[in-house]
Ligand binder design. Structure first.
Ligand code: G3H
Length: 250
């Protein structure tokens, strides 16, 4: 089963309209017309339309960092899947550890968002990962399994193949402490095996599993060479054309 490598840049809460356009333009130029990998930019919601304007007609795609799982209505400050596709999104990041920790998002919340994303024709990138304390107490697999089972609650086989999982150990996010290729591959293989039990081995073989956490041009190629690592969800290094292009080309 060939899974196309997916490199996504999570800009988090950074950039302004001019710098967002300029970064997107730089990446579009660096990627060219037929990149070997799939490239997605996930700017803050305020700049989704501007970035989609720059990437229109190019292979670079756009993703949001969150959505609200409801149709139009009285939900002040929120954006639903239909609005995101309307401004050019194809992907949406769900359950990022920053949202789980800072906004109290639960697996049940992520599951609702997952179903809303799929119903709205968005590809969900579902984030999971353990804290340092959980790793040190050998809870990594139990935590990741619980997050995946909870976040994918109610997902059927037919739709499962189209989702993306991002394994992001919390201790590696923005810390410069990248998981070794062996540590990352071990968890990715565990996730693939788990997905095989939840769905079927054939479906599990189609699901892309990204690694995230201090990915840089210098460590991307060894991570991406692992059999179960199908891409990267990149934070800090997605904010500079040179760094992000270095990861894309690695
Ligand atoms: O979504 C991206 C991750 O949180 C990784 O961030 P980072 O590359 O800055 O460690």
């Amino acid at each position: 089963m060939t899974r196309r490598t997916l490199i996504a840049g999570n800009w988090k809460m950074n950039m302004r309209s001019a710098s967002a356009r300029s970064l997107a333009k730089g990446i579009v130029d660096a990627v060219g017309k037929s990149p070997a990998v799939e490239v997605v930019l996930c700017p803050p919601a305020a700049y989704l339309a501007a970035v989609a304007d720059v990437t229109a007609g190019t292979p670079v795609e756009v993703g949001a960092q969150n959505l609200y799982a409801a149709d139009d209505g009285a939900f002040t400050g929120e954006l639903n899947a239909s609005m995101l596709t309307d401004v050019g999104c194809r992907f949406v990041i769900l359950g990022h550890s920053e949202r789980r920790q800072l906004m109290g998002e639960t697996d049940a919340d992520v599951s609702k968002k997952l179903h809303a994303a799929l119903a709205g024709n968005l590809v969900p990138i579902v984030c999971v990962g353990e804290t340092l304390q959980q790793r040190e107490t050998n809870e990594t697999e139990a935590v990741v399994e619980s997050q995946i089972r909870g976040s994918l609650e109610g997902l059927d086989e037919a739709r499962a193949a189209g989702i993306v999982i991002a394994y992001e150990p919390v201790w590696a996010i923005g810390t410069g402490k990248v998981a070794t290729k062996e540590q990352a591959e071990a968890v990715h293989a565990f996730i693939r095996d788990l997905l095989g039990k939840m769905f079927t081995p054939d479906v599990a073989a189609q699901i892309r599993i990204q690694y995230g956490g201090s990915v840089k041009p210098s460590n991307a190629s060894e991570l991406l060479a692992q059999p179960n690592i199908d891409g990267a969800l990149v934070g800090g290094a997605s904010l500079k054309v040179e760094d992000f292009a270095g990861i894309i080309n690695s």
